[in-house]
Design a protein around this ligand. Structure first.
Ligand SMILES: NC(=O)c1ccc[n+]([C@@H]2O[C@H](COP(=O)([O-])OP(=O)(O)OC[C@H]3O[C@@H](n4cnc5c(N)ncnc54)[C@H](O)[C@@H]3O)[C@@H](O)[C@H]2O)c1
Length: 433
């Protein structure tokens, strides 16, 4: 029954959590003919979606509007509406608390709400990144309280999300996905469903293998960024070696090397958070994930390193740092997007602000933002404005910047992204003494 509904694309799909993961997924699924009902606790977001207003760069409002008009996508705050759905995808946030411990409140709340509407023949897929065994030992016991049996009455699987916001080459349809169910039948159904809109689906033997796969991917990235950040610091200490030149050279090796780049730290909803889910879980098994702790130590130190470098650059230029005016270029956590979550630029702002005369920022994607309860607005990037600052600190290398114009008009530049390729005595680069 469920198989046929999926194959004929008559299955109704419920998406819980309409954010960076849920909304692009809704579009791709609706594109293949399914009706999508989105549930979110954020009333404004729900109302925006129903008006066809997208808040995510990768989903344009005209495209969203097209599906809303055809009633292929509609949103609600009411979980009861999910009763009609045959497939449910949970895409809610999985943050960490101030002590860097997993906070699964949203997963527990959404699963508890699903339990109330659970019926025979539904497939539930958890998408939110989490530690191994969450699907089996946290989600399943909640759903089982309904009296229904997994693998027989309803189906449950984990399918990690790989979306890379801002990536123009890889989107939902052409990024392979991994699925792992609680039972074989659960895996088969999750695979069948995903095959309707993703080119390659890779089944694994369990939900926990799929959960661990996601954490391996993100920890791999975190560790390699930390490694290259450490190399950048060493290049600065030794002098005479440019880390960017070294990476370009290492990249020529056609096997066994993959380039990662230094920067002011790691940001976004994944890389700075997900590894902590694993290190927390590992302790339950008397296991200390040394690589995760070490890479966190190096990556979290980077904003402080960048601030010290900027203070040194000002002193060397004969400017008293505590009277200096600083302009930050780029507040988003990576280029060409507006996402500020865990952005290292915010950390740099917080660390440098009390040490200098004043700080402003310019980011074409972020007109204003709140830091420590204060709203600050992006300044315009004019020649006159640039000349007002003792140092320009490049933290995000958005494509929209005219770097020749910046170099021409700025007095001093600290470039943490190798955005300025040409050598210039007023440009100080991260990873170059
Ligand atoms: N953003 C990424 O690039 C990315 C990539 C891979 C995996 N992930 C993972 O996917 C999950 C979702 O991330 P995101 O970036 O889409 O988060 P997000 O914050 O952009 O969106 C989550 C949405 O869920 C809603 N929500 C929160 N609690 C809810 C509840 N109880 N019921 C219904 N809706 C609720 C929020 O209002 C929000 O709209 C996280 O686990 C994240 O780690 C994110």
């Amino acid at each position: 029954m469920l198989e046929n509904l999926i194959k004929k694309r008559n299955a109704k799909v419920g998406i819980i959590g309409l954010g960076y993961v849920g909304l692009p997924l809704a579009i791709e699924i609706a594109e293949r003919g399914f009706e999508v009902i989105g549930v979110d606790i954020h009333k404004e977001r729900v109302s925006d979606i129903n008006k066809g207003h997208s808040f995510i760069n990768d989903v344009t409002s005209p495209v969203l509007k097209k599906f809303v008009k055809k009633k292929k996508i509609w949103a609600t705050t009411d979980y009861d509406k999910l009763k009609a759905c045959d497939v449910l995808l949970i895409c809610v946030p999985t943050p960490i608390n101030v002590n860097k411990e997993p906070d699964l409140t949203a997963v527990i709340e959404s699963t508890s709400a699903i339990k109330k509407i659970l019926r025979k023949g539904q497939l539930i897929i958890l998408k939110s990144t989490t530690y191994p065994e969450t699907t089996e030992k946290m989600v399943l016991p909640i759903l089982s309280k309904s009296g229904l049996q997994v693998g027989k009455d309803f189906y449950l699987a984990f399918c990690p999300e790989r979306i890379d916001p801002g990536n123009k080459t890889y989107g939902v349809a052409n990024t392979p996905v991994v699925v792992g169910g609680i039972t074989e039948k659960c895996t088969q159904l999750a695979e069948l469903f995903y095959k309707q809109f993703v080119k390659r689906v890779y089944p694994v033997s369990s939900a926990k293998a799929a959960e661990m796969t996601k954490l391996l991917e993100n920890t791999f990235r975190n560790v390699n960024i930390a490694l290259v950040n450490e190399f950048a610091q060493l290049c600065e200490r030794m002098g005479g070696i440019d880390i960017w030149e070294v990476i370009e050279a290492a990249k020529t090796k056609p096997f066994g090397f993959m380039p990662f780049y230094p920067g002011p730290g790691v940001g976004g909803h994944c890389i700075p958070i997900d590894p902590y889910y694993l290190s927390w879980k590992a302790r339950e098994y008397d296991f200390h994930t040394v690589f995760i702790e070490l890479s966190a130590r190096i990556n979290e130190e980077m904003p402080y390193f960048v601030v010290n470098k900027t203070i040194d650059a000002l002193s060397n230029a004969g400017v008293c740092p505590n009277k200096a005016n600083v302009l930050i270029l780029g507040m988003a956590f990576k280029k060409d997007i507006a996402d500020l979550r865990h952005s290292p630029a915010i950390k740099v702002y917080q660390i440098i602000a009390p040490r200098v005369g004043g700080v402003n920022y310019y980011d074409p994607h972020v007109p204003e933002l709140d830091i420590d309860g204060k709203t600050i607005k992006s300044v315009p990037l004019t020649a006159q404005e640039l000349k007002k600052y003792d140092v320009v600190l490049i933290l995000t290398d958005h494509s929209a910047y005219d770097y020749d114009f910046i170099v021409k008009n700025a007095l001093l530049i600290v470039d943490t992204r190798n955005a300025i390729k040409k050598k210039n005595p007023k440009v100080m680069k991260l990873g170059v003494q």
